[in-house]
Design a protein around this ligand. Structure first.
Ligand code: ZN
Length: 194
């Protein structure tokens, strides 16, 4: 069965970070793009660009993902991002601008079908703008990142049917156990997004 990678981030750079499931719980963490086959299929699924075939590019994908995730975590935790991570992204951005295609029309936009360049440009776009709507899922151990575009900015979960459902089931089980201390068990939620 082909894995369908999440697009819940609302931005390619966030969907890149979200290729790690349960990243805040080391016991459950799963890298969804660990090798060339999965990484290139992920890139193809999300961008429509031809899959890439160069093994060394996978390391670039992983390096950009790690740096971006750490910068965003630091931002969400209101701490200064690690300068090494910022340097990784800035270097990739500079390199990308040097080789990207820019059509002679306004607004000038740099594009590229090469995975490292394409991702670096997407990351620069994400980090180069104020993002007050940036959120990290409240789900236990989840850590997925997304742009909350709801009208009242109330989105808490990567997916209400996944982490949201787990939280509801946990709260329900807690209430049951409080009411009937012995032998109460909640139902197990069904995972969908991860
Ligand atoms: Zn979640």
């Amino acid at each position: 069965m082909t894995y369908s990678w999440s697009r819940i981030g609302g931005h390619l750079a966030l969907d890149l970070c979200n290729t790690v499931s349960w990243r805040l719980d080391p016991a459950r963490t799963i890298d969804r793009v660990p090798d060339l086959g999965t990484a290139s299929e992920w890139f193809h699924q999300l961008t429509g660009i031809e899959p890439f075939t160069d093994h060394t590019t996978v390391a670039t994908v992983h390096r950009l993902r790690a740096a971006t995730t750490r910068i965003l975590d630091a931002h969400l935790d209101a701490i200064t991002p690690d300068s090494q991570n910022v340097a990784t992204v800035v270097t990739a951005w500079r390199d990308a601008l040097g080789v990207a295609d820019v059509a002679p029309a306004l607004p000038l936009a740099a594009t590229s079908a090469e995975v490292g360049t394409h991702l670096a440009l997407a990351i620069a776009d994400l980090l180069g703008h104020d993002r007050p709507e940036l959120r990290r899922c409240d789900g236990d151990g989840c850590g997925w990142l997304f742009l909350d575009t709801t009208r009242n900015h109330s989105r808490r979960w990567c997916d209400p049917a996944d982490c949201g459902n787990r939280a509801r089931v946990r709260a329900y089980t807690k209430r049951l156990q409080a009411a009937h201390p012995a032998g109460s068990r909640g139902q197990h939620p069904t995972a969908t997004a991860h």
